[in-house]
Design a protein around this ligand. Structure first.
Ligand code: PMV
Length: 320
């Protein structure tokens, strides 16, 4: 049997993070410049039907039976087996390789799960439909992130820009004019589970203030949504920068992220904000094509550790 493999992209949140956990809308985009690839090789001669899992990015090389049932990889495998009614796994070697940095807001956990679920279900003879892949990935995201909104697994599963609102049907985004985003690594990692639970604690202390801030973020997201559909870079940029200011108010920015946002704006970005959980991780800058170089250079001089240039093309064709 030849090796089976499946890939999944990373993702970035354009706007609406944190507020999305409380029912407000958010917009996320797939990032194909970073990927996870899971390869599964049958090992029919292996003793006792063993399943070996190798994931170099987390320095894991172990047998499935040695993982706790609530380990995200073990949970993902069990959920695939349950969905397909598989009682015992055939012996195999599962290799999970990702170029997505961990705890950087680029969706590494969702990407790993989606690629694993797709490769495994194919290996077991029944490629699961996207909706089931998404449901499984959401369950595993809960293990990683506590109370996630579900946006990461959704954008990674469907690999298309999404306008997302918890417990609502997925809306694929139709983008009128493409745009360029710089995804900027601040060089400090941050666990989303931590910032999400800290925001929850602060909201519980002062629900009115936080509900108001979440609502304002939701309104900005709706405006970005409309603006993306009409393709106005200046308006989009200003809205993203306003979103950053609200994220500062809910306490998830850092001096370094603020500095990178200011640097991007000074160098001519149309807008900039932190992206994802905050407390470190990535920020994004919306730029016109002639500002890619100057903004990137200014950010690097200000301490950015890596920049991904990602283009979102016009998507009027082929969308549902
Ligand atoms: O995975 P991250 O760091 O991009 O953050 C996800 C976005 C949050 O809104 C902070 C959490 C969530 O589950 O939506």
């Amino acid at each position: 049997m030849p090796a089976i493999y499946a890939s999944a992209p990373g993702k970035i949140i354009l706007c609406g993070e944190h507020a999305v956990v409380y029912g407000q809308p958010a917009i996320a985009l797939p990032v194909v410049q970073v990927q996870t690839k899971t390869t599964i090789l049958a090992k029919p001669t292996s003793a006792g039907g063993q399943v070996r899992i190798i994931a170099p990015s987390i320095e894991l090389d172990t047998l499935l039976e040695e993982l706790q049932p609530d380990h995200p990889l073990s949970a993902a495998i069990s959920l695939v087996n349950q969905s397909l009614g598989v009682k015992s796994m055939p012996a195999c070697e599962i290799l999970i390789k990702t170029t997505i940095p961990i705890a950087a807001g680029l969706g590494s956990s969702a990407s790993v799960t989606v690629s694993l679920v797709r490769a495994l279900s194919q290996f077991l003879g029944h490629l699961l439909p996207d909706d089931t892949v998404n449901k499984i990935a959401y369950e595993v995201e809960k293990i990683h992130h506590g109370t996630p909104s579900g946006i990461d697994n959704t954008v990674v599963t469907y690999q298309t820009p999404v306008f997302f609102r918890k417990d609502n049907p997925i809306e694929r985004l139709i983008i009128q004019n493409g745009f360029t985003l710089l995804i900027v690594d601040s060089g400090t990692s941050s666990a989303t589970v931590k910032t999400v639970s800290e925001v929850r604690a602060r909201r519980d202390q002062d629900p009115d203030k936080y509900e108001q801030l979440f609502k304002q973020i939701g309104e900005i997201t709706l405006q970005v949504y409309q603006s993306l559909c009409f393709g106005d870079l200046t308006t989009d940029g200003e809205l993203l920068t306003q979103n950053h200011q609200l994220l500062q108010k809910i306490g998830v920015s850092t001096p370094l992220l603020d500095d990178l946002v200011r640097t991007a704006l000074r160098a001519g970005a149309a807008g900039a904000k932190l992206s994802g959980g905050g407390g470190g991780g990535n920020m994004i800058a919306l730029v016109s094509s002639d500002r890619i170089m100057p903004v990137s250079e200014a950010l690097t001089a200000a301490g950015a550790k890596g920049i991904i240039v990602t283009g979102i093309s016009s998507s009027r064709i082929g969308m549902k």
